[in-house]
Ligand binder design. Structure first.
Ligand SMILES: C[S@@+](CC[C@H](N)C(=O)[O-])C[C@H]1O[C@@H](n2cnc3c(N)ncnc32)[C@H](O)[C@@H]1O
Length: 186
């Protein structure tokens, strides 16, 4: 529940999608993750919560959001796990032998070649695409780079009401984004 108190800048990845990334990527305590853009640091701190003694390196270009991310890392007590980098992920990823790269930014497709270089064999990249147009660009680049097991997923969660009668909520969250999982095999 403490996550509700975190500061917000840009649009965040919600727990339903972050949970799927955690479950499908197979990361575990000790894993090394690169995340971009940091935005509000929601995904970085969500994943970081489960990875100690692992590491999350989260890249952000926009100076306006750096303090929000720093504050959220401290609020989560993750200073030893999550490292914020003021850097452009489309220009390169310094970390090596990375288990998972998460990309939630408009230019995600431009960072995929760097993700491939940074990943261990068998490592995974996950992209977040709010639109079909974004998703199509990502899929094209993933195929060009010979990623394997490319799997786009839409995670639909429907909440129910149970007060007087039991039925799905009339209103709800209709769409967040498409998650695309892909594996590096050499
Ligand atoms: C939608 S937000 C990410 C939200 C984040 N996933 C979260 O859960 O809080 C996208 C962020 O990517 C950043 N960004 C855009 N291009 C970037 C790049 N090339 N390298 C690093 N960060 C970038 C933007 O400044 C923005 O803060």
């Amino acid at each position: 529940m403490f996550r509700k108190k975190l500061k917000r800048g840009p649009q965040v990845i919600l727990p339903k999608d972050a949970a799927l990334i955690l479950a499908y990527s197979g990361i575990a305590p000790g894993s090394k993750v690169v995340d971009a853009g940091a935005g509000s640091g929601f995904l970085a701190t969500f994943l970081g919560t489960y990875l100690r003694p692992g590491k999350v390196y989260t890249y952000e270009t926009d100076e306006r959001f750096l303090q929000i991310v720093k504050d959220n890392i401290v609020a989560c007590g993750l200073e030893d796990v999550v490292t914020l980098k003021h850097a452009d992920v489309t220009k390169g990823i310094k970390e090596k032998d990375v288990d998972l790269v998460t990309l939630d930014l408009r230019d995600a497709k431009k960072a995929l070649k760097h993700a491939k270089t940074a990943l261990v064999d068998g490592g995974m990249v996950v992209t977040y695409s709010p639109t079909i147009e974004h998703l199509m660009g990502v899929l094209k680049e993933l195929k060009k780079l010979n990623f394997s097991e490319i799997k786009p997923v839409e995670n639909i969660v429907r909440e129910w009401k149970t007060e007087l009668t039991t039925r799905p909520e009339t209103m709800g969250l209709m769409h967040t984004g498409f998650l695309t999982f892909a594996k590096k095999i050499k």
